[in-house]
Ligand binder design. Structure first.
Ligand code: SF4
Length: 70
């Protein structure tokens, strides 16, 4: 898991998903980017400002679902 200071806002945002590949690399995916063209599917980290940010009240800085990324 990437450190929260290296990820920035995404780690505490309801729209993020964590994906990974077989080599153990991890990526933060922005779910809101699917419908909001201002955002990037894979934001450049750390994200320090974002118009789409919405605080995830359940966030514990450990990220959300882990999906496979081939
Ligand atoms: S909306 Fe912004 S802060 Fe939230 S996951 Fe997407 S890029 Fe990150």
């Amino acid at each position: 898991m990437l450190d929260s200071h290296r990820v920035g806002l995404c780690v505490r945002c309801v729209h993020h998903r964590v994906t990974g590949n077989r080599r153990g690399s991890q990526f933060y995916l922005c779910g809101l980017a699917m419908t909001d063209p201002r955002l990037r599917k894979y934001p450049r980290l750390p994200v320090l400002r974002c118009e789409g940010f919405e605080l995830d009240e359940q966030s514990n800085d450990q990220g959300r679902g882990n999906e496979s990324h081939e």
